[in-house]
Design a protein around this ligand. Sequence first.
Ligand SMILES: NC(=O)c1ccc[n+]([C@@H]2O[C@H](COP(=O)([O-])OP(=O)(O)OC[C@H]3O[C@@H](n4cnc5c(N)ncnc54)[C@H](OP(=O)(O)O)[C@@H]3O)[C@@H](O)[C@H]2O)c1
Length: 314
Amino acid sequence: MKTSQDLVPLGKTDILISTVGVGAWAWGDRMMWGYGGSGYSDADIREAFDVSLANGTNWFDTAEVYGMGRSEKFLGRFLPTTSKEVLVATKFFPFPWRLSRKSLIRRLEKSLERLQLSQVDLYQIHMPLGRWSKPPHVSALADAVSAGLTRAVGVSNFNTEKTKLANETLLAKGVPLASNQVEYSLFDRRIERNGLLDYCRENEITVIAYSPLAKGMVTGKYGPDNPPPGPRKRIYPAEKLRRAQPLITLLKETGAAHGKTAAQVALNWTICKGTVPIPGAKNGKQAAENLGAMGWRLSAEEVTALDEASNAIP
Ligand SMILES: NC(=O)c1ccc[n+]([C@@H]2O[C@H](COP(=O)([O-])OP(=O)(O)OC[C@H]3O[C@@H](n4cnc5c(N)ncnc54)[C@H](OP(=O)(O)O)[C@@H]3O)[C@@H](O)[C@H]2O)c1
């Protein structure tokens, strides 16, 4: 399908998504993202939504478990207030007591209630169910399409083997697997090395890059002497942030050459690798900055230099 520079097809579907989506995990999440604490209120979230649409994205990624349903509810309140066409991706969480095919459909119906929609654009399985090789949920995704509850279906955190199985299971039912949402950033390049990125590219499955800013670490605002708050301090210990300093410097220098910021360069790098990033934005300022990753591209030499600098991170 022919597309503009800032729109790409979602997998083999005819749905066109902007090359940067907006992740809504932080919308209502207290534990990781400090929702409700000082400096992060409902007004910030509303602004993040409005500014995101004003700056060229056409889709948001949420999940039933984000903020225990609050993230979907925020979107449900905001969507009727815009005249723009907005695409919504959400996710089913495979708790071990949700084993039947029907459980996925029931959870999707609950998500639709919170979102105040009759159909989402992408419904994803949040993660595989343990080591089970053929769980019922993948087949249930096809049921969700047949029931008209979602336009497209995807998975998340599936490795190459499980992605292949899901793709084959769905293709047998005449439904393409549109996407796999996995962690991908200059801090985490596992999918380049384990074959998943190649498999998805060869099979026209969109790789949706989550935590593309390494939860804020590649923006340059955190460092060994200025660690992130909350649980992120454990994920990104000082030594890791110290080793990342040459990368942060390169991100800033590369950005300066394009009139862009470190965050915008880091997101553009994920786009150059053929993925679609969904940076989280807690306010309008972050949303505007992150969406400035669209509409331009790093050179091949700049991508290689960033690859090399990222190799120093353990
Ligand atoms: N499928 C899954 O298992 C899974 C897992 C994780 C995430 N996700 C999805 O991916 C989305 C994004 O991932 P993420 O939220 O983990 O991490 P991320 O996008 O890498 O980082 C987002 C955080 O970085 C900070 N930030 C964002 N833009 C910034 C900017 N321009 N300048 C400075 N700081 C900025 C904000 O936190 P502070 O302001 O507090 O620093 C923000 O909450 C989520 O919202 C969710 O939709 C999916």
